[in-house]
Unconditional design. Structure first.
Length: 347
């Protein structure tokens, strides 16, 4: 979900009140563009003018170096983007599904299918059900229309907002992480999704505020990102294990994350026209090390929203950190107010 004009104006007013230090640090919140820092990696910029709200990101299994992305409130279509140039090399339109409400996530399963999570709920959990769309990755990258399967999803403990959908790379099981400023839940789908009736997802763990997530290619780790940070969890026997802070860039609208196909790096994306996808090498894989401060030891305290500091940047002054916190609080408040005042689109 993009930051609207009113939100940006109020954030600018906040920066004026708090002074130059606050303006310098909260500037990335005012426009979704290139990341504040690329953490010593490379990455790419999305050049397709049709991609204005890139809400999900997933590395293709069939086409190494290509990544799937999509807008959140759009027709049912995905863009295949070349990770070297940032150019769209194919557009896939889905038929056989309804009008998407809020597509927020994409993941590629071990079965050769792409899963799209139409799981957003800007009214904070008002939809009785949400949807997952699934289609086989095309063998050839070209503009095409494919028949997709639509799955109805409900949660055992009632409706909720979510932006993260992850398919485990070994078992093929689908997981969803809900989104709430006081912390969300990790939900496990049935062993196999069914196109008949509702697929009930049950809560199996507690997670912070989450805007996207991704499993490592070997299936042993799960990374969840929020607006200002990311955390990595050990994954064993289908459950969350010990967690630690993961380096992540500060971006204007931190929306997506995926592992590269070889697992050597994480790619962090954001919304906005011409937005930047930042590559951050994963420690211990032999990839080029990222530059920046040393992450906190595992077990360090995190804020309820998961925003445990401006990852990828130095600690900064108390005033600057306070500006980020206040800016985030204002942004979240504006989103809640905007959501309450809106009307649900037709299903």
């Amino acid at each position: 979900m993009s930051v609207d004009t009113g939100a940006m104006a109020l954030l600018r007013a906040l920066c004026t009140t708090l002074g130059g230090a606050a303006l310098a640090l909260t500037a990335p919140l005012l426009a979704a563009g290139p990341a504040l820092a690329d953490d010593g990696g490379d990455g790419f910029t999305l050049t397709d003018p049709r991609i204005t709200e890139s809400s999900g990101l997933a590395a293709s299994r069939a086409h190494p170096g290509v990544h799937w992305t999509h807008n959140d409130q759009d027709e049912p279509r995905l863009f295949a983007v070349d990770g070297r140039t940032g150019k769209t090399v194919a557009t896939v339109t889905l038929r056989g599904v309804g009008k998407p409400r809020d597509m927020e996530a994409v993941s590629v399963g071990p079965d050769g299918y792409v899963y799209v999570g139409d799981i957003g709920d800007n009214l904070g959990g008002s939809w009785s059900h949400v949807w997952i769309y699934r289609f086989r990755e095309p063998e050839r990258l070209r503009d095409t229309t494919v028949t997709a399967t639509q799955y109805t999803v409900t949660y055992e403990d009632g409706p909720r907002d979510a932006e993260a959908l992850m398919v485990h790379p070994k078992t093929g099981r689908v997981y969803i992480a809900s989104k709430h400023e006081d912390g969300g839940g990790l939900y496990e789908g049935p062993r196999e999704l069914s196109a008949k009736g509702a697929n009930v997802f049950r809560r199996i763990g507690e997670v912070p505020w989450v805007t996207d997530g991704a499993f490592s290619p070997d299936g042993t780790r799960l990374v969840l990102r929020s607006y200002f940070s990311a955390r990595g969890y050990a994954w064993r026997d289908g459950r969350l294990g010990a967690d630690e802070r993961v380096r992540a860039p500060i971006q204007g609208q931190s929306e997506s994350v995926t592992y590269t196909l070889d697992g050597s790096a994480l790619l962090f994306g954001s919304e906005g026209a011409g937005s930047r996808v930042v590559r951050v090498p994963v420690e211990g894989t032999g990839a080029a090390p990222a530059q920046g401060p040393t992450p906190r030891p595992s077990g360090s305290a995190a804020s309820p929203s998961g925003a445990d500091g401006a990852d990828g940047e130095g600690g900064g002054s108390g005033l600057a950190l306070g500006a980020v916190v206040l800016g985030a609080a204002l942004l979240l408040s504006l989103r809640r107010l905007r959501g309450r005042g809106g009307q649900p689109p037709s299903a």
